[in-house]
Design a protein around this ligand. Sequence first.
Ligand SMILES: [Zn+2]
Length: 314
Amino acid sequence: MATDRLGPWPHLGYAGFQLGRASERRAQTPEFLRDPAARACLIAGETVVLARHGEGLDAFFDVAHAGALGGRLGEACLLGFDGAVPHFVLPLHAASAGELTERSDLLLTDLRSIAVEGLVPPDQVGELACAKALLSWHARRTFCSNCGERLEVGEGGWRRECPNCAAQHFPRTDPVVIMLTVDGDNCLLGRSPRFKPGVWSCLAGFVEPGETFEDAARRETREEAGIGTGAARYLASQPWPFPMSVMIGFHLEAASRDIVIDEVELEGARWFSRAEVAAMMADRHPEGLTIPPPMAIAHHLIRAFVEGRDPPTG
Ligand SMILES: [Zn+2]
């Protein structure tokens, strides 16, 4: 459960990672992989394999079982330790995943569905988020960006090393700002063409080189909606493994009202009153408009506005 000065954020998805990362022990990964108590999750691209135990679901398997299901032991990444028990992610070929779809003891699904539907406990959702982001990085960093040589993997999957030029490459996390602009009793929401029908949410965008998070939040709001903003107040952050980002959430103070949307990024942006957003949040808006589910940080930025909880400044 993620917490901050505003109190608990029990439904914030992907934020429940509880393992000890033990970064100083990652070089011993081959040894930990032989631990009979070791556990592993299985991911193939966007697909996660869950084990059915009666009515319940579990994202982790004994390592031997995960290997028998097609997990590639030679590419295991060490996620961390639950007490003394090492947890890994094993990548799975899409073809192997395809062979598992008919099995009644397994459920193959995607990480978004797992988080939205709460299919496994929050700590496992957090581990899967770490696992998916790490594998996404490996999938994109096969060759050295310095000299082009094929890279070797070290430190339990937390480093790639070039045998030719000795460059070291580390998993990257791309910062994305996500912000709710507030003007008194109104807030600015937008609609991306990628959203499900009726869903309105916060604006968001990638941080650029040389930019503070606050500046990025103000720039994106100006670029996407034409709205000038002043003070930025940080609320919370959320790992966002699509493919490997972290969302940094703000409330912004509006300095202008007239909206001019970037039609490439948005199909709509408008001001909503606190009462209207409250109705959207409670799924009782007369036009059926809604906001993202509680697993998304956008929900919490909007909820904080609806509930009049101004975050602390500074
Ligand atoms: Zn190189």
